[in-house]
Design a protein around this ligand. Structure first.
Ligand SMILES: [Zn+2]
Ligand SMILES: [Zn+2]
Length: 96
């Protein structure tokens, strides 16, 4: 995140403190605002429930339960309790 401020020691220090708070409270790396509840493995990215990238081929399942069925349209995205697509399996939910 870039802060469009002139260079001076106080501002530099403030920026360090902001970065520290950012890590300490685990803010989302996309919006920098909401609390992050998803962590990306491998990596250090974290995301809130709104910003996490959703929908990936690895989280699809066959509609009829037949995993050998490779016909297009016979697989669908898994969804959560709110009907939103489940993120890629490389995103881990932290608060569960
Ligand atoms: Zn976010
Ligand atoms: Zn995936």
């Amino acid at each position: 995140m870039k802060y469009p401020l002139p260079k001076n020691p106080f501002v530099e220090r403030l920026r360090d403190i902001l970065a520290w708070i950012h890590d300490l409270f685990g803010r989302c790396h996309f919006c920098h605002w909401r609390r992050a509840v998803w962590s990306y493995m491998p990596g250090r990215d974290s995301a809130c429930d709104e910003c996490v990238p959703r929908g990936c081929s690895c989280t699809m399942e066959p509609i009829d339960g037949d995993y050998d069925n490779i016909k297009p349209g016979s697989w669908e995205h898994q969804t959560d309790e709110k009907g939103r697509k489940i993120p890629c399996c490389e995103w881990w939910r932290d608060d569960e």
